[in-house]
Design a protein around this ligand. Structure first.
Ligand code: ADP
Ligand code: MG
Length: 684
């Protein structure tokens, strides 16, 4: 085979049909196949005496067929073959459904290896449809077998065979991206050994060795790439501010900042007085009052003669920030502007002029703040709200607008420390771990369809009491076809209005609406002109409707935990007792567990840790959101020590050969460039 990018159909035994199924798992090339790591393993190395078998366990048994197998017809025209096998410790009944050939392929007096789940009772042990191999010809017993995540049309056996063949086909092609000296210093195995043993470990120790190497490699590549990006951003000086009495600002607020808010403001203002630009992450749960922290910084920058920009992920949110903040700043004679994709041309021209000549002090907007033609006279501070929705690139692009403005990042997705360490290694962090007074816990229920009527009555009761209700419907499509968001949610809202709540006012918001339409719907909901707002996830981030006290989420299993937590954060913002009802008919244990996390805790940090544990960091911080390579093997909740080691190694290499010129570093250089290309342009 030519190289790792070779199509998997080049492997014997993989034809069109199988290739199609494998494609569903994201496997199209040899490289994909080899990097499709097992999710677990089954130890089939030990054969156990029959007498010692425990009911319910999977086990290997070496036993002799004691009598000729018998075949019986059973219901539905099926066949049942029975046999009995014995070893020196006891006997085991074997049952085969619809495997008539077993009658003639198992021979009395011969010894086989059987692998399967032990059933029966204490007196009679039995295996149903066990795997069978002959001693000395074992391929799927007598060893540690990989267990992969599967999809329709691909079984464990098919996948492991494919991987086996893939490994055989390309053992010469695997390139060691880790430089020799790094591998030796950190006692890491060669790449071939690692790939062979991550799939087919020759022993538990070999598996550990393989995994260690692959995790190290992954973390090394990530930290190396990030450190290189950072190195290129250092040594610039930012807009230096001077201390200013903040009392006039605080006096104009209708509330006192919480202690945590004050600390965060103090951290940020301190940073802004240094000549290195601030690079701070302000983390706080939904509703913890991050906007005011940002506003204090904006006011401070303005007192120092600097402009600020605040970037929000959606138009609705930008608008809400604008509506909330511009009256406050107007009290100080400071001019705010709102710049989004739907700002009309004439107004836009005026805003651009105001930003360029410095008459606008504070600009709030969406990605429109980033477009080429936006120039600032004295941009001193850039704030991104709910930043996990912005890519690294966008942040950097905005950074280029000013000389090197101070950057404050607001995030309601509490990031587990491990992850923050990697992604924001150079970011200072302030945590707002206190909610404004008077907030109550949102009571959360995970229910199935059988609760529908009760929930409908509950909704009616809340509306009768003067509150409003959100109903969120994710896109639900079956299989490949991408569902039509507008159609699905529109139909659902109509049904609710006509059949379920004819007496209430149901309104609708979805992502396909024009910003103006969305805004109109949102505004009318805020003004209590409707009782129930049915929406897709567009309300997820930030929007404030204090009178809404109930959040209903349909098909809750479709959402990640952090997303559900964000959604839930839309209620409980007023003084009323608030509720969150999560509908799901999804039968899996994993779903049940995830939704229970929501029921049990309101703590965003705990939830994000659970999310990380259950879904893995690859999903948690999707590649697309961050432009960072996804983690395949590393488990960031427990590979901390290795992370440390990898980070140190990366630092050392970066110091020794910053441009990766040494011949032995070329594979690494190619790999890093491939992983980080997207970012190169914007972060250089
Ligand atoms: P988030 O951190 O989710 O962005 P917001 O900044 O939107 O939270 O604040 C949520 C609500 O709490 C807003 O209505 C805001 O006016 C209010 N708020 C913020 N700080 C305080 C405070 N210290 N005391 C009382 N209410 C506050
Ligand atoms: Mg917010």
């Amino acid at each position: 085979m030519a190289d790792l990018q070779t199509d998997i159909r080049a492997i014997r035994g993989i034809g069109e049909t199988r290739a199609k199924s494998l494609a569903k798992l994201g496997i199209t090339t040899l490289q994909d196949l080899l990097s499709y790591f097992p999710r677990g393993y089954e130890d089939r190395t030990l054969t156990r005496p029959i007498k010692e078998l425990l009911l319910g366990e999977n086990a290997c048994v070496k036993a002799m067929i004691a009598a000729d197998p018998t075949a019986h017809r059973i219901r539905g025209g099926k066949t049942l073959v029975r046999a009995r096998a014995v070893d020196s410790s006891g006997s085991l009944d074997l049952v085969f459904f619809n495997q008539e050939y077993r009658k003639n392929s198992l021979h009395r007096g011969e010894t086989y290896i059987f692998y399967g789940k032990v059933e029966g009772n204490l007196l009679r042990r039995q295996m149903v449809n066990p795997l069978i191999e002959q001693e000395g010809q074992q391929q799927i017993t007598g060893r540690i077998m990989p267990i992969y995540h599967l999809t329709a049309g691909v079984s464990q056996l098919i996948l492991s065979r494919a991987v086996q063949q893939g490994l055989a086909a390309c053992s010469d092609l695997l390139e060691d991206v880790l430089p020799d000296e790094v591998r030796q210093q950190h006692h890491l195995c060669y790449v071939n050994y690692a790939f062979e043993n991550i799939h087919f470990p020759s022993s538990p120790e070999a598996l550990e060795t393989a995994r260690r190497r692959l995790v190290f490699e992954e973390l090394f590549l990530l930290t190396y790439g990030l450190q290189r990006l950072r190195q290129r951003r250092q040594d610039v000086s930012g807009p230096v501010c001077h201390a200013v009495d903040m009392a006039p600002f605080y006096e104009k607020l209708s509330f006192t900042l919480t202690g945590a808010q004050q600390r965060a403001v103090g951290d940020a203002l301190g940073d802004m007085c240094h000549d290195r630009p601030m690079n701070r992450l302000c983390q706080g749960d939904v509703g913890s009052g991050k906007t005011m922290v940002a506003a204090a910084c904006v006011w401070f920058a303005a007192q120092n003669g600097y402009q600020s920009a605040l970037m929000a992920p959606t138009e609705i949110l930008a608008r809400q920030h604008y509506q909330g903040l511009s009256p406050l700043f107007a009290k100080f004679g400071l001019r705010c502007a709102l710049l989004t994709g739907s700002t009309r041309a004439k107004e836009r021209r005026e805003i651009l002029a105001g930003l360029a000549d410095g008459t606008i002090d504070f600009c709030i907007g969406t990605h429109a703040l980033l477009t080429e033609d936006v120039h600032y006279a004295r941009l001193g501070l850039v704030i991104t709200d709910e930043q996990h929705r912005f890519g690294v690139e966008q942040r950097a692009a905005l950074g280029h607008k000013g000389v090197h403005p101070h950057v404050l990042v607001l995030s309601a997705t509490p990031i587990p420390r491990t992850l923050a360490l990697i992604i924001y290694g150079d970011l200072d962090v302030s945590i707002i771990d206190e909610l404004p007074p008077g907030r109550q816990k949102v009571d959360t229920f995970a229910v199935n369809e059988s609760y529908r009527l009760r929930v409908n009555n509950f909704i009616r009761k809340q509306v009768a009491a003067g509150y409003q209700v959100f109903i969120v419907c994710p896109l639900v499509g079956d299989g490949e076809e991408v569902p039509d968001e507008r159609k699905a949610v529109t139909a659902y809202a109509r049904k609710l209005q006509e059949e379920v709540f004819p007496d209430l006012r149901v309104s609708l918001l979805h992502g396909k609406m024009k910003p103006k339409e969305k805004d109109a719907v949102m505004t009318s909901f805020v003004n209590r002109e409707s009782d129930i707002l049915v929406s897709t996830t567009v309300i997820e981030v930030g929007v404030d409707v204090p009178n809404a006290n109930t959040m209903v989420v349909e098909n809750a299993e479709r959402f990640g935990l952090s997303q559900l937590h964000q959604l839930r954060g839309r209620v409980g913002r007023g003084s009323a007792k608030s509720y969150c009802i999560l509908f799901s008919d999804h039968p899996s244990e994993e779903t049940r567990q995830r939704l229970q996390v929501m029921v049990k805790t309101n703590d965003g940090f705990k939830i994000s840790e659970e999310d990380l544990r259950l879904r893995g960091p690859g999903d948690f911080f999707g590649q697309r959101q961050h432009g960072l390579p996804a983690m395949k093997v590393a488990d960031l909740s427990c590979d901390m020590r290795l992370l440390d080691e990898a980070q140190t190694a990366a630092k050392q290499l970066l110091a020794e050969d910053p441009e990766l010129r040494a011949p032995g570093h070329q594979p690494l250089r190619r790999k890093i460039n491939a992983l980080f290309t997207q970012n190169e342009a914007s972060l250089n």
